[in-house]
Design a protein around this ligand. Structure first.
Ligand SMILES: Nc1ncnc2c1ncn2[C@@H]1O[C@H](COP(=O)(O)OP(=O)(O)OP(=O)(O)O)[C@@H](O)[C@H]1O
Length: 334
């Protein structure tokens, strides 16, 4: 398995100054991860945990007040190792959409409201490839048909399409150049359940056809369960647990992950749905020790003062940062 993107001790903070007072929001705070070529890697966690910030930094699309204060992001593309921080604007432009693509939260960000879909596709393709209008149209028609999307959408304006179709067209546009690495930020949020299923199916199809790597960001554990190969659970700017989707769903070890899983709707009605008590902390003054301790039913004294280290649980790569799990494991081996 080869790595396509990795983050090493990444810290990205929003640093603002108002009326002479500096405020630092530690939205990504010492995150290390490695994502394999061809996998669907899910990033989960409640609102405000830093998911979108992590995505921006991995994608290399951010501006002040967001600042990378430490650590690195490295891409492994075309047998080259590229340090994201040292890339020039031109280099980044060359990679964008052709190698690294992005499906934003709202489709209206990419679909021009006053142009027909066919014109948007032409503008997009011709910005990256040297093609005529007829060639780009042919390419678009072939791609839509490959994805099972109706050709007639090309004559529509974005507002004439349903929300679900608009999202599918956005996904088609973002992936028509067959990128190796695709970031998707809440791709199914705001869609109803039936439409969500279609969007998930489409993402899976695209990912499998080209063997692309998909980095999927959503708070919706149901979507992760359906799509992701591995999941990272983010809490208050840190990864608290990471593992294969099966492990995370069947054998979550961190109390926060256990809450997230138990808050999922379950077909088995005997299992009660539990919501997580309290809310995520403000990240300009995060709690000491384990950032989850204020909400954790298992918190011990040391959780209040000592930050837990990430430990590897098994050979499948399951890892978590929790004092309770560390103690349990050390008792088991003693
Ligand atoms: N421009 C900004 N300036 C200061 N703080 C910010 C800014 N943008 C986001 N934040 C803060 O950074 C933290 C992480 O936000 P982020 O949007 O990354 O979380 P998220 O998990 O993606 O949440 P959501 O699902 O609501 O988008 C939050 O505390 C948020 O208030």
């Amino acid at each position: 398995m080869s790595t396509i993107i990795e983050a090493d001790n990444l810290k990205a903070y929003y640093i603002t100054k108002a009326y002479g007072v500096e405020r630092t929001v530690k939205a990504v705070d010492n995150i290390s991860l490695k994502i394999n070529e061809g996998e669907v890697y899910g990033i989960a966690g409640e609102s405000g945990c830093g998911k979108s910030t992590l995505l921006k930094v991995l994608l290399g699309e951010f501006e002040p007040p967001l600042t990378v204060v430490d650590g690195s992001v490295t891409y492994h593309l075309d047998n080259q190792e590229i340090d994201s921080a040292s890339m020039s604007k031109a280099q980044r432009r060359n990679l964008r959409w052709k190698k690294i693509s992005y499906i934003p939260q709202g489709s209206m960000h990419v679909l021009n409201p006053v142009r027909r879909i066919r014109a948007t596709f032409h503008d997009f393709i011709s910005a990256h490839l040297n093609v005529t209008k007829a060639e780009s149209l042919k390419m678009t028609q072939a791609y839509l048909s490959e994805l099972g999307l109706p050709e007639k959408v090309l004559n529509s304006f974005p507002h004439q399409l349903s929300g679900g179709m608009r999202q599918r067209v956005t996904i088609a546009l973002a992936t028509i150049l067959w990128p190796n690495l695709i970031f998707a930020d809440e791709p199914t949020t705001a869609l109803d359940v039936v439409v969500q299923r279609g969007v998930i199916q489409l993402l899976r199809e695209i990912q499998q056809k080209k063997g692309s790597t998909l980095i999927l960001i959503t708070h919706d554990m149901g979507v992760h369960a359906n799509l992701a190969d591995r999941i990272a659970i983010l809490y208050a700017g840190k990864i608290v647990e990471e593992g294969t989707t099966r492990t995370i769903l069947k054998n979550p070890r961190h109390p926060y992950t256990q809450f997230l899983i138990r808050s999922l709707p379950n077909l088995d009605e005997r299992v009660e749905r539990v919501s997580i008590p309290g809310r995520p902390p403000a990240l300009d003054n995060p709690p000491s020790g384990c950032r989850f301790h204020e909400r954790c039913p298992l918190a011990m004294d040391k959780c209040l003062t000592i930050e837990p280290e990430m430990i590897q649980i098994d050979e499948t790569g399951h890892r978590t940062a929790c004092h309770v799990v560390t103690e349990e494991l050390s008792h088991a081996t003693n």
